[in-house]
Write a protein that binds this ligand. Structure first.
Ligand code: 9MR
Length: 584
């Protein structure tokens, strides 16, 4: 924890007020810190006797900024009362604390040109720690090194997935990929949005990511590490396609969740289960996008780009034959043994998956038939992405390529542009009324299972608004949500493990629970406040924005997951990539 040293307590009299000796978590702020010329806000909660706040050096010798707290705000989503300390005008680089008389000192934060470099790298590295089927050697994984976990080279075709060529019990091999979350199963649907988000980060900022190294075994192979990491999961995804018909299995899974043990300790049988339209179309989208990105790396990765495109087209063809096949675990369990009780990722609305996969296939191939599907679904409802709602990813990709696409797409990209800007402008309008002045938390529905990924995904939407408008204000607002995740929220937690002063310590993450290392595996973002509390564990606070419990039992608020980490990788790195350009 970064706090002021006790030995300098005697210097407190040098400050204009005298009661600064206590570090308090009542002052909520981005625990990493701020860019010199970016907005800077801390939020103090509860009763505050004084109207002034000070920014001081960590030895409390120098007051570098004095400001006035805002009037009191009542949060709409908990009983929390706040006052805002805005010190945007302070641009001096260094380490500082916020001091408020009668309240105490905040955690130490930095003002620095590259303040989000650490969190950007760490959240990408987080994916490495989720890798299945390969040992994590100490030279890459440090104290979190471990053995390979599930080899997944002997995986059984579950009766729900039986086909003529692959009857139930057929053994196939689907090694590699990332464990989904705190559990050790691997799900195609959730890989879909995760991969789309990571690949889009690269496509939006290839220059930045070219130089981002995460110390993984592939580092230095001529391929950017964000792609190296994504390719590890891509190769697994490719193994989940039935080569006989192009359909893609929903997941590679145990029948039931493993206990809270290290990966590979239990030797439970692994299964691939029923193919589905969502899984197959998500797969088609990811492989189409990967194909065009990897076409630039044909020397380093011979054949991979072409294999991806062939796989994508085959998945599309299967989907045309099975346009509406939901993965419904309850129904499957009525018919087949063993019953499968791991995560469902069951989705039964496929318009968005049709749209996204058609968009990626069209951008990669320019074939008109895919564009027709884009047009058919263009006016469907589109909203913030999550694992079962991926249409917006197609908007982002189209907008990324709008200047390279044929002119007959102009009206379509124009429509998409308006839509993204409309949502972004709506977000912005409500920030002033929010007790933490963040985009996150404008409705109580932001606080849900994995709600922190809503914050990160709203940030991505705002970045897209910036990319199409070049209006810097959208980056400023995206930053409010990065701040939210890193501590400017009603819980006062920084939700990324290993980052900040008071961060998630006990995620629902089997390796972190069972590896004997005190610190959790780093770079992983907890789901965050979720008043649903479906885990029925102990919660000290239960209101929408405070229902977070940093105990490993609490999987509904304190699990980690690849589809939540990916937008945090995007947001933290892309803000870092943009900071110079927007004058931070
Ligand atoms: O993120 C998923 C969330 O939207 C659902 O409400 C929840 C219950 O179905 O499942 C979440 O996903 C979990 C998945 O099913 C299994 N691995 C862990 C995921 C995160 O909790």
């Amino acid at each position: 924890m970064k706090t002021i040293s006790k030995s300098i307590a005697g210097l407190l009299w040098l400050l204009p007020l005298s009661s600064f000796s206590q570090v308090t978590d009542r002052i909520k702020l981005d625990q990493e810190g701020f860019y010199p010329n970016a907005p800077k806000v801390a939020v103090v909660t509860g009763d505050v006797p004084e109207g002034k706040f000070y920014i001081a050096s960590t030895n409390l010798r120098d007051t570098v900024f004095t400001g006035t707290l805002s009037s009191e705000k009542q949060s709409a989503y908990s009983s929390t009362k706040t006052k805002i300390a805005d010190f945007s005008a302070l641009s001096k680089e260094g380490s500082f604390v916020v001091c408020i008389s009668g309240v105490g000192n905040s955690y130490v934060f930095e003002i620095d040109k590259n303040v989000n470099r650490n969190v950007g790298k760490a959240t990408l590295k987080g994916f490495f720690y989720q890798r299945a089927s390969m040992p994590l050697e100490e030279k890459y994984a440090g104290k979190w090194h471990r053995s390979a976990g599930h080899p997944d080279n002997e995986v059984y075709v579950h009766p729900s997935a039986a086909s003529k060529e692959r009857p139930a019990g057929t053994v196939i091999s689907t090694p590699g990929g990332w464990y989904d979350a705190g559990d050790y199963n691997k799900y195609i649907v959730n890989s879909g949005i995760t991969m789309g988000t990571l690949l889009s980060a690269y496509e939006d900022f290839p220059g930045y990511f070219k130089n981002l190294k995460t110390n993984i075994p592939e580092s230095g192979d001529g391929v950017p590490d964000i792609l190296n990491e994504a390719i590890y999961n891509l190769r697994w995804m490719l193994s989940m396609q039935d080569p006989n018909d192009g359909g893609v299995y929903n997941k590679c899974t145990n029948a039931a969740f493993d206990g809270m043990v290290m990966p590979g300790v239990t030797q439970a049988k692994r299964y691939v289960v029923q193919k589905g339209t969502a899984a197959t179309l998500d797969f088609a989208a990811v492989t189409a996008q990967a194909s065009r990105i990897l076409s630039k790396f044909k020397k380093e990765l011979p054949g991979l780009s072409d294999s991806c495109l062939a796989a994508s087209k085959k998945a599309w063809a299967w989907s045309l034959q099975h346009p509406d096949l939901a993965y419904n675990q309850n129904e499957i369990n009525k018919k087949f043994e063993p019953k499968i009780t791991t995560g469902g990722y069951g989705d039964n609305h496929f318009g968005d998956e049709w749209f996204w996969s058609a968009a990626e296939l069209f951008i990669t191939t320019r074939e008109k038939k895919y564009y027709d599907t884009v047009e058919n679904h263009l006016k469907d409802n589109v909203s913030l992405p999550n694992w079962h709602n991926v249409g917006m990813l197609g908007f982002y990709s189209f907008l990324r390529f709008k200047n390279e696409l044929p002119s007959f797409t102009n009206a379509t990209t124009g429509f998409m542009k308006e839509k993204v800007l409309t949502i972004a402008n709506d977000y912005i309008q409500h920030v002033a009324a929010n007790a933490f002045e963040t985009v996150m938390g404008q409705t109580k529905y932001d606080f849900t299972w994995g709600g922190n990924s809503n914050a990160a995904n709203q940030g991505i939407l705002l970045i897209n608004a910036y990319l199409i408008s070049h209006d810097k204000k959208y980056v400023d607002y995206a930053l409010t949500n990065l701040d939210y995740i890193l501590g400017r929220n009603a819980t006062g937690y920084c939700f990324v493990t290993g980052i900040g002063s008071k961060s998630t310590m006990n995620p629902h993450h089997r390796q972190s629970v069972s590896d004997g290392v005190t610190d959790p595996v780093p770079g992983l973002m907890a789901g965050g406040p979720n008043p649903g509390m479906q885990d029925h564990c102990h919660y000290d606070f239960t209101e929408p924005e405070t229902a977070y419990s940093d105990i490993s039992c609490a999987y509904a608020s304190n699990e980690i997951a690849i589809n939540w980490n990916a937008p945090m990788v995007y947001l933290s790195n892309v803000i870092e990539a943009l900071q110079n350009k927007v004058g931070y």
